[in-house]
Design a protein around this ligand. Structure first.
Ligand SMILES: [Zn+2]
Length: 71
């Protein structure tokens, strides 16, 4: 298995059961805080909060690309 760049994630982290903390839509972004807790966001709310959250979180799992994938 080969990996490119800094992206080592191969399998989706977020499941269809993961829901946006703000609106309950399916979550595509997970933002991990320094205290270990994680926030889940749909695309809409991630876009709305990304700028404010980026400096505060230690890790971001962004699977928004899956929104445009067709099964
Ligand atoms: Zn949302």
């Amino acid at each position: 298995m080969s990996e490119s760049g800094t992206q080592t994630l191969v399998a989706p982290v977020l499941m269809s059961t993961d829901r946006c903390d703000r609106c309950g839509a399916q979550a595509y972004v997970l933002a991990e805080l320094p205290n270990g807790s994680a926030l889940l966001f749909c695309g809409h709310h991630w876009n709305a909060h990304e700028e404010a959250l980026r400096p505060k979180v230690v890790k971001v799992v962004d699977e928004l690309h899956r929104l445009s994938e067709k099964p």
